[in-house]
Design a binder for this molecule. Structure first.
Ligand code: NDP
Length: 448
């Protein structure tokens, strides 16, 4: 970084939160690409837009007591970070995972501001969750936890204030329990959460949206920047949760072959291509570990180190599990093995060193805030349908999703070129997302 204002802003936040490493990583990645924008508009420094945009508007941390099946009282910690409401109500998922802490929720909430802006829909940025581990818990335990979590969260959210959704560990089941408790407490049936079941206000295509959207933007990137497509490509997808499963489904529909997928216990490899329907059955319905797939399919093998998935040669890599899962060494191996495109389904899955390696090697690279924006985009469409008390068809929503993803690609691609970062979609997405929020913040004055 060269701009003194940008450098000072980052140094100050680093000194304030030296322990929040994921949050600092996300802030650095954005600020380091905004220098030409800051230099083109003196109001950004005069009105302290950078200092304001990196500071959440509100952070809520709360106790979540619940009772397990043995009658023992357990306590977890809940979070909701309401980061920025300049362009709409706070919007962003809830993550239930033992690694959740304030740094992770802040990094996710910060990224969400720009991602939501890129969708073109009126949504601010927020994120929340808990260090609760849903793995191995019974349905009743999950329900009691969700009810306790919502008992506090309900005081801070609302359909025009803050509309949470799912993320790691929070799928349709959890959203159902959370919604039921909100309705009971507020005595109001309203679109306060997205990712709801279809029988109570959910949108068709929301389940598929992040994975499908990831493939739509990757297909556009391949077409525009390489005159190529998914057809006949070998594809590796890490993870086997919501994003990974529907990315695998769409890759297969677009003519690619998914040869490896993973979970935190390891990865499976099948040169002939993974049977996505079977994988969905095992993961979504039976909630099995991924090794079970290799027990059933004889051409598949199981390997117990999930990080080694990137050592398999492929042309397209879609990291869809979690943050910092793809490091520099993995990036260099992928490059050596001939990868032509990487698109991030998970949030910040590539370390900064990995991103640099891809960019140096001229591998096409679509960053998370553009590439996985399909999920929140369809959440925005779910909010529209709830307000209208109407439901659109799967095809309607899928077409709108595709248009949004193609627009995001071009917005990032064009802004990269305009600000001197040709072909750098990381910079382009940051700039495009930032410009709209910055304009709204400047227009609204200094809000106290
Ligand atoms: P799920 O909980 O459905 O699936 C997560 C997958 O990633 C599982 O296979 C899980 O394995 C694996 N995983 C999670 N944490 C780790 C870890 N620490 N190490 C190794 N593997 C891990 O989550 P989603 O698919 O919803 O989310 C995946 C990513 O996509 C996250 O980064 C999320 O923020 C991002 N995202 C999700 C959106 C959505 O609409 N769902 C929207 C935009 C982004 P295991 O089961 O063994 O833990």
């Amino acid at each position: 970084m060269k701009n003194q204002y940008v450098i000072k802003t980052f140094e100050d936040i680093k000194n304030q939160h030296p322990d929040q490493k994921e949050y600092l990583q996300a802030v650095y990645e954005v600020l380091s690409t905004l220098e030409p924008v800051v230099e083109a508009n003196e109001k950004i420094e005069k009105y302290s837009i950078l200092e304001r945009i990196i500071e959440p508007e509100r952070q809520i941390i709360f106790r979540v007591p619940w009772v397990d099946d043995k009658g023992k009282v357990r306590v977890n910690r809940g979070y909701r970070v309401q980061f920025n409401s300049a362009i709409g109500p706070y919007k962003g998922g809830l993550r239930f995972h033992p690694t959740v802490n304030l740094s992770i929720i802040k990094f996710l909430g910060f990224e969400q501001i720009f991602k939501n802006s890129l969708t073109g829909l009126p949504m601010g940025g927020g994120k929340g969750g808990s260090d609760f581990d849903p793995k191995g818990k019974s349905d009743d335990e999950i329900m009691r936890f969700c009810q306790s979590f919502m008992t506090e969260l309900s005081k801070h959210i609302g359909p025009n204030t803050d509309v949470p959704a799912g993320d790691i560990g929070v799928g349709g089941r959890e959203i159902g329990y959370l919604f039921g408790q909100y309705k009971r407490l507020q005595n109001e049936f309203t679109g306060v959460l997205t990712g709801k079941g279809l029988s109570f206000g959910g949108s068709l295509a929301r389940t598929e949206a992040t994975g499908y959207g990831l493939c739509y933007i990757t297909e556009e990137m391949l077409k525009v920047m390489k005159n190529d497509s998914f057809k006949n490509k070998k594809v590796i997808i890490s993870g086997s949760g919501n994003v990974a499963l529907y990315a695998a489904e769409k890759v297969t529909q677009l003519g690619g072959t998914v040869i490896a997928m993973s979970d935190s216990s390891g990865y499976i490899y099948d040169e002939k291509g993974i049977d996505v329907q079977l994988m969905k059955e095992l993961k979504e319905v039976k909630r099995q570990r991924i090794s079970v797939y290799a027990d059933i399919v004889k051409t598949a093998s199981f390997h117990d180190d999930f990080r080694s998935i990137w050592t398999i040669p492929c042309q397209i890599a879609l990291p869809c599990a979690t943050q910092n899962e793809l490091d520099e060494e993995s990036a260099k191996t992928l490059i050596k093995n001939g990868v032509i495109a990487v698109a991030e389904g998970a949030n910040m899955p590539s370390t900064p060193e990995a991103v640099e390696a891809f960019q140096k090697a001229k591998v096409l690279f679509a960053p998370a805030k553009a590439a996985n924006a399909g999920g929140v985009a369809v959440s925005g469409l779910e909010m529209c349908q709830n307000s209208q008390r109407f439901s659109w068809t799967f095809q309607d929503v899928d077409e709108k999703l595709k248009d949004i993803m193609i627009n995001i690609f071009h917005n990032a691609y064009d802004n990269a070129e305009k600000y001197g970062y040709k072909d750098n979609l990381v910079a382009g997405a940051n700039i495009a997302g930032f410009l709209k929020v910055c304009d709204a913040m400047l227009s609204q004055g200094i809000t106290y």
